[in-house]
Design a protein around this ligand. Structure first.
Ligand code: GLA
Length: 729
């Protein structure tokens, strides 16, 4: 039993293997948070609550003359507006009378022996029956008759707790929701750090660690997608926390659209973290009898630093987020045509690429952008999903068969959410693109966005995709989305409901993805949004890997993949070896270094193999074969960040360790080298103190490698990299 209700103390205790979460039905029915952290052995933590008569801290009417009970400093489960708490709320509404107060009190609760689902959206699921339990707590505002159901899913073995909220209008008139968080977490301490992952196109998920300041720090996206600029996942940690030590709390959202996160240190030095929909990028009208489901949030706590926290998330992503036959499968090594030939290809050229791809050990050829309609550049033809047989010189089926005959699987690129103004689809259905009447649309990459909230448009896309996927043995689809969204207006919605469109778009996208992934269970879908602009747990429910970044520069990738690794496992990270000099940065680096970096994910190539010398092809083949050997370790092993790309030494190291401690793979890259250098000493992780390991001809004890370290001779040259494999003997 991971969820226990103590009816005497009125406490709820949610326990996982290494964490405990507690809250209490407090005075007057307010739900007060007590603890989220290391296990406290079931002790009732209500003793932590402190009441005092503090100036300008309001008291609920029910408290009578008691001036010590105030929601302004008591920790809460789902804080609201208008009840005397002036901190960031989890929910904001506009009641039918125009007032904005919401006074939620406990009504009832239920413990359910499996995991709840979220209507219209993906959420974590139980991999094995009985893996998770649900706690449902119903709160009610008696005046407005707005009911809020808090849902908690406890994955005990995984050390993960999920949260979601259902808001129901039990009143007689429409009300409006302007903020609906999935999670709010009140911690009684104010001495914390915030780690978050910001960035830009081609430089996603850079990490920033800041002090949680007095006042509110807000993160989020209003781009219609989870965005390159700010990932929905963030971490709160104690100031001393590092990879191995200290307490940390990770929060992330199973959602791919606009979101908002607020981190507040209050006047009483407590920390509140709120994550979900809101902050002027969301609104929803709820008519009598209707319910609104928030996306799901995922939380995990580690008392042993960031590595453990990442392992918790990686496991949950691989087992409880990703679905279908590919979630744990060995992902194919693919050769993607994009950086090799861009739009400049024919069927014959692709077959030639396939032949040379085979020579370097690739397992799949992916035909990227440029195969349909008049798509000779990125200004036109999106929406015209018919194969340009004239350009290819053959049918898609003939091309795929040709690729298959050369011993490779075949994958294809699509960008279904978009339409070019210069396309037959747009000429026929101008009104299918998001556009505000009487205004010119805002362009991005010279393309507009289709209104995915509309079922007929989704049906059209579904049909078109099915026709393509059915026409040939396609085994992989790269689903791209190459702009941020503007022009939020849909002709099917009344004026008062236009603000719902960003969320309705995401619901539409999920509906389409669900139908397609159910119809094509054998196809491996890879997500993409100009690289990693939609790298989130929502998309990972349908696409077990995501193209991590349009930046394939191995040295820039060190930062991008480092930031990505905090929440997302290596198997989900699409990473390719591209040409040198790199097309984004102009930097030159060796094939060995490019492959070493790309090997920390789902590996592939993105270059014109025909342009490689014989010697380069032979080296590439050897590197591919090496990756094949290590692939299970990379996908299934525990990931350790041994040093940071932000470290001034310029030495970046990471490691995969088999869960059974039988093997490890260590990669070291020098982003900077110096004259008269020192050796590099690295302490390995995840081995056994009692086992012996071979690395090349040398034999080491696990204890020596972990407690004293491994010695690497000084690295010199242009961005050198080395890979070491340790195998139990
Ligand atoms: C995006 C993707 C690239 C490539 C191009 C094609 O930028 O991230 O990998 O597929 O689109 O237009």
């Amino acid at each position: 039993m991971s969820i226990i209700y103590d009816s005497d103390a009125k406490t709820f205790k949610l326990s996982t293997q290494r964490s405990e979460y507690q809250f209490v039905i407090g005075p007057y029915g307010f739900l007060l948070h007590l603890h989220y952290g290391a296990s406290v052995g079931g002790q009732n933590m209500s003793y932590l609550l402190h009441q005092a008569d503090r100036g300008f801290c309001m008291n609920p009417y029910d408290a009578g003359n008691d001036r010590t009970f105030s929601l302004d400093f008591l920790p809460q489960e789902y804080p609201t507006v208008g009840v005397g708490d002036y901190r960031v709320p989890a929910i904001e509404v506009i009641n039918s009378d125009g007032s904005m107060a919401l006074d939620l009190r406990y009504q009832s609760h239920k413990i359910i022996s499996d995991k709840y689902g979220v209507e219209g959206m993906p959420s974590l699921y139980e991999e094995t029956l009985g893996e998770a339990e649900t706690l449902e707590v119903v709160l009610l505002d008696r005046v407005s008759s707005i009911e809020v159901k808090l849902l908690y899913g406890v994955f005990s073995e995984k050390d993960v707790i999920t949260r979601s909220t259902v808001i129901r209008n039990l009143g007689g008139a429409d009300m409006r929701i302007t903020k609906a968080a999935s999670v709010s977490l009140d911690l009684l301490r104010g001495d914390l750090d915030l780690l978050h992952f910001h960035g830009r196109h081609a430089m996603e998920r850079e990490i920033e660690r800041t002090t949680v300041i007095s006042g509110v720090q807000t993160l989020g996206s209003r781009r219609g997608t989870s965005s390159h600029q700010q990932n929905p996942g963030f971490i709160l940690s104690t100031r001393d926390a590092n990879e191995e030590h200290g307490e940390c709390w990770g929060l992330n959202l199973v959602y791919s659209g606009n979101f908002s996160a607020n981190i507040e240190r209050s006047q009483t030095s407590q920390t509140r973290a709120v994550l979900g929909l809101g902050d002027r990028s969301f609104q929803w009208t709820l008519s009598p009898g209707e319910s609104f489901f928030t996306p799901e949030a995922v939380m995990s706590f580690s008392g042993d630093g960031f590595a453990k926290l990442s392992h918790n998330f990686h496991r949950a992503v691989r087992h409880n987020v990703c679905r279908g036959k590919h979630k744990l499968s060995s992902r194919p090594i693919l050769l993607n045509s994009w950086e090799g030939v861009y739009f400049d290809f024919t069927g014959a050229k692709l077959l030639q690429i396939a032949e040379s791809a085979k020579e370097i050990g690739a397992e799949m050829l992916v035909m990227d952008d440029g195969w349909f309609g008049d798509r000779f550049d990125d200004n036109r033809a999106l929406g015209d999903w018919t194969v340009n047989e004239e350009k290819l010189g053959c049918s898609l089926k003939e091309l795929v068969e040709g690729v298959n005959e050369r011993g490779l699987k075949f994958g294809i690129w699509v960008e279904p959410e978009m339409v070019s103004e210069d396309s037959d689809l747009y000429r026929e259905h101008k009104d299918w693109a998001l556009q505000i009447p009487s205004r010119n649309p805002v362009r991005g990459r010279n393309q507009l966005v289709l209104d995915l909230s509309r079922e007929n448009i989704r049906d059209f896309l579904y049909q078109r995709m099915c026709e393509i996927f059915d026409s040939a043995p396609i085994e992989y689809v790269k689903w791209d989305m190459n702009r941020s969204i503007t022009d939020w207006h849909s002709p099917l919605l009344s004026a008062s409901k236009q603000g719902e469109l960003p969320h309705r778009y995401v619901l539409g996208l999920y509906d389409l993805m669900k139908k397609l992934t159910e119809r094509y269970p054998n196809i491996l879908f890879e997500g993409c949004s100009g690289g990693g602009g939609r790298f989130d747990l929502g998309m990972l429910c349908y696409q077990p890997q995501i193209w991590c970044s349009d930046n394939t520069d191995a040295i820039n990738r060190l930062k991008i993949q480092y930031g990505t690794s905090f929440f997302y496992p290596a198997s989900s990270v699409g990473s390719h070896v591209s040409a040198s000099p790199n097309h984004q940065t102009g930097r030159s680096s060796s094939l060995n270094t490019r492959a070493a970096v790309a090997a920390a994910g789902s590996f592939g190539y993105e270059l014109d193999v025909a342009k490689m010398t014989k010697a380069e092809k032979a080296e590439a083949l050897a590197l591919t074969e090496q990756y094949k050997k290590f692939r299970p370790l990379v996908h299934d092993g525990l990931y350790y960040r041994l040093s940071s790309p932000y470290d001034p030494t310029g030495v970046i190291a990471w490691q995969f360790a088999a869960e059974d401690e039988s093997a490890a793979l260590l990669t070291v890259v020098a982003a900077d080298v110096a004259a008269n250098p020192s050796c590099i000493y690295l302490r390995l992780k995840g081995l056994s103190n009692n086992k012996t390991y071979a690395c090349g001809d040398a034999i080491y004890s696990g204890a020596a490698l972990m407690n004293a370290g491994f010695k690497i001779a000084p690295l010199t040259g242009d961005y050198p990299a080395e890979v070491f494999y340790f195998k139990e003997v």
